[in-house]
Write a protein that binds this ligand. Structure first.
Ligand SMILES: [Zn+2]
Length: 150
């Protein structure tokens, strides 16, 4: 297993709680595996979503590994310095992505990006280490390579 980069952006204090509903997700992330919840009919669910919006089922979610490819839905750049959780001293992106599984996540990048992200950009998620956990981030390298010919 590849070692995850230490995060450039947030302090260890920002590590997510390893209690449910994130425990299964974080256990997967620790192995470099993106695991997300689905309803029993295969619709993507949010972490804490008790009832599927598409079919009304409220059975316990089924967790499955999903591909790390995603599309950018929205992207903003944060200029606020929040010293409790953020160690980056430069503006940083907060990006909503939709995975090919249909799940939507808010993520940032695994390092300071050279370019800004646009709606519709194809990206790949990786993980960075924050405290004892690993959290998903957009892999910047591939993004920049994809644009290098333009
Ligand atoms: Zn469903």
């Amino acid at each position: 297993m590849k070692a995850a980069l230490e995060d450039w952006l947030v302090l260890d204090a920002a590590a997510p709680s390893t209690d449910e509903p994130l425990r299964t997700f974080l256990d997967g992330a620790a192995l470099g595996d993106l695991r997300l919840p689905f309803c029993t009919n295969g619709h993507p669910l949010d972490f804490d979503q008790g009832r599927c919006e598409q079919d009304g089922s409220s059975d316990p979610p089924v967790w499955e590994s999903v591909p790390s490819q995603a599309t950018v839905i929205a992207s903003i750049v944060m200029h606020r310095i929040e010293k409790t959780f953020v160690k980056a001293l430069v503006p940083y992106p907060v990006i909503e992505v939709e995975l090919v599984s249909g799940h939507r996540l808010y993520v940032s990048t695994d390092r300071e990006p050279a370019l800004s992200y646009q709606t519709g950009d194809e990206v790949k998620l990786t993980f960075v280490s924050v405290g004892e956990t690993r959290i998903p981030r957009i892999q910047v390298e591939e993004h920049n390579e994809n644009r290098s010919g333009q």
